[in-house]
Design a protein around this ligand. Structure first.
Ligand SMILES: Nc1ncnc2c1ncn2[C@@H]1O[C@H](COP(=O)(O)OP(=O)(O)OP(=O)(O)O)[C@@H](O)[C@H]1O
Length: 241
C-alpha cells in the first residue's frame, strides 16, 4: 500500500526526456520533432499558439497517446513500450474531459485513491478541495459544474497522489484568481517535494510565475527553450510569428 510522502526512486537522469518526438494522427502530423528535458524539482512551461502541439506532447508524456517516432522517457519509463509505468508515475490534468459527470468530487478522489492503492489520503483530499474552494460542493455531481470548477477539480485529481511528474495541461483556462493562486501553490508544493512539473498554457505571465524554464512550440516543433525570465513579451511574440 502506498502512503503519501513515500519517497520515489531518485535518479540522476532528467525526469522527462523527449528526443525528436513525432506524433501522427492519420494524415495530420500533430508533433514533428519536439525535443525537451525536464528535471526533478523544476517546473517547465510549454507555450505556443493553438495547434502548436502542446496537448499532444502532454498526452504522450501522460502515457495516453503513443509516440509515432522518437524517444520519450518519463520517470525512467519508456512511453512507447511501458505506458502503464508512465501512468503510474504521472499525475495528469488533461486539457479537456477526464471527469465523470454523474460522480461527485469526493467520488473522483475515492476512485483515484483506490486505483492507486493509496492509504491515508482523505485528509489531503479534503484539504485540497478546500484550497480549491470545492469543499462545499464535494458531494455534488460534477455534471453541473462550471468550466472553471471542473478545471480546478482536474488539478486536484492530478496532484492528489503527489506524483513524481505532474502534467498540467491548460490548468488556468477559465479559472478565477483564487483558483489560479491555488494552482500556483500546487506547482510550488510539487517542486518543493522534488517533483518535475510540466505546464502548458497560452498565458505567458502565468507561465513565468509558475515555471523556471519555458519551451515554445510552433507547428509541432520546438522553436525555443530558455529560462522563463528571458521570455519577454516581445521575444514570445517573435517566436509565435
Ligand atoms: N486526435 C487528433 N486527430 C487529428 N488531429 C489532431 C488530433 N489531436 C490533435 N490534432 C491536431 O494536431 C495539431 C496539434 O494539436 P494540439 O491539440 O496538440 O495543439 P495545442 O498546442 O495543444 O493547441 P491548443 O492550444 O489549441 O490546445 C493540431 O493541428 C490538431 O488539429
Amino acid at each position: 500500500m502506498r502512503r503519501l510522502g513515500d519517497t520515489c526512486p531518485v535518479t540522476q537522469a532528467p525526469a522527462v526526456v523527449v528526443r525528436d518526438l513525432h506524433v501522427r494522427f492519420g494524415d495530420v502530423e500533430a508533433v514533428s520533432g519536439v525535443d525537451l528535458t525536464a528535471d526533478s524539482g523544476q517546473a517547465t512551461a510549454l507555450l505556443g499558439r493553438n495547434g502548436a502541439g502542446k496537448s499532444t506532447t502532454m498526452k504522450v508524456l501522460a502515457g495516453v497517446v503513443p509516440p509515432t517516432a522518437g524517444e520519450v522517457t518519463v520517470g525512467g519509463h519508456d512511453a512507447a513500450t511501458d505506458a502503464l509505468g508512465v501512468k503510474r508515475v504521472v499525475g495528469y490534468c488533461p486539457d479537456v474531459g477526464g471527469l465523470v459527470p454523474r460522480a461527485t468530487p469526493w467520488e473522483h478522489l475515492q476512485l483515484s485513491a483506490r486505483l492507486r492503492r493509496m492509504d491515508e489520503w482523505e485528509e489531503r483530499g479534503r484539504d485540497m478541495l478546500e484550497r480549491f474552494e470545492l469543499g462545499d460542493v464535494a458531494h455534488r455531481v460534477v455534471g453541473g459544474f462550471s468550466h472553471g470548477m471542473s478545471r480546478r477539480l482536474s488539478v486536484v485529481l492530478a496532484a492528489l497522489h503527489e506524483p513524481t511528474v505532474l502534467l498540467l495541461d491548460e490548468p488556468f483556462d477559465g479559472v478565477d484568481p483564487l483558483g489560479v493562486e491555488a494552482t500556483l501553490e500546487v506547482v510550488a508544493d510539487a517542486r518543493a517535494r522534488g517533483a518535475c512539473v510540466l505546464l502548458s498554457t497560452h498565458l505567458r505571465d502565468l507561465a513565468l510565475e509558475a515555471c523556471g524554464t519555458a519551451v515554445v512550440l510552433r507547428g509541432g516543433n520546438r522553436v525555443a527553450a530558455m529560462q522563463a525570465g528571458e521570455l519577454t513579451g516581445e521575444a514570445y511574440r517573435a517566436l509565435l510569428d
